[in-house]
Write a new protein. Structure first.
Lengths: 113, 114
């Protein structure tokens, strides 16, 4: 069975700092990769996704992620965070053959002014 | 348009009781998913419907859990003989056609078993 690891559980950054959240997965076959975000009091929403093609994908609100197949990684980045980026971020993997997501445990990002 | 809705938003029940949780997917979405999110964890897959049928129920933890989607739209997750360990947020998601289409999540039902 596939698994997803998010090594950063809680990250605190000042506004304008750069962000990188790690995500590694274990699955030998083709995968679809996702980052979801959950703002305080809101439901999960999609930030960005990778299915195929260019391994550098851009999402909403200035976020991007890079798929590195050899490292089984899909790290999330943002050059300059804002206070409004305070949220919980989840990496998720979907095997190419199945319609179900396996999520990591999440990273809580706190951005201070 | 309207998103995925779930009712109730909160449910408190006593150990041993039966509960039903309802999900209303986005209109026109044929695929529907249930996930469970325990405190400090990411969502965990329970079951996936394509239309009226359960295409994958491999995530249901045991036979106390059952879900239906009789008309291919609204789905109900049913939990019998609830246990304290069932306390979690139960999330529903829908997508246009399953496969690689984006899953849209509802706000969840927070279930507390006392």
């Amino acid at each position: 069975a596939q698994s997803v690891s998010q090594h950063n559980h809680h990250v605190i950054l000042s506004e304008a700092a750069s962000l990188e959240l790690g995500c590694n997965y274990s699955y030998g076959g083709t995968v679809n990769l996702f980052w979801y975000v959950q703002y305080p009091g809101q439901h999960l929403q999609l930030l960005l996704k990778y299915f195929s093609g260019d391994p550098l994908v851009k999402g909403i609100k200035g976020f991007e992620a890079e798929f590195i197949k050899s490292k089984f990684s899909f790290n999330l980045r943002k050059p300059s965070v804002q206070w409004s980026d305070t949220a919980e971020y989840f990496c998720a993997v979907e095997p190419g053959t199945a319609s179900k997501l396996t999520f990591g445990t999440g990273t809580r990002l706190q951005v201070t002014l | 348009g309207a998103g995925v809705s779930q009712t109730p938003s909160n449910k408190v029940t006593e150990k041993g009781k039966y509960v039903e949780l309802r999900c209303d997917p986005i209109s026109g979405h044929t695929a529907l998913y249930w996930y469970r999110q325990s405190l400090g964890q990411g969502p965990e897959f329970l079951i996936y419907f394509q239309g009226t049928g359960a295409a994958d129920d491999s995530g249901l933890p045991n036979d106390r859990f059952f879900a239906v989607r009789p008309e291919g739209s609204v789905s109900t997750l049913k939990i019998q003989r609830t246990e304290r360990g069932d306390s979690a947020v139960y999330l529903c998601a829908s997508s246009f056609d399953g496969g690689s289409n984006e899953q849209y999540f509802g706000p969840g039902t927070r279930l507390t078993v006392t």
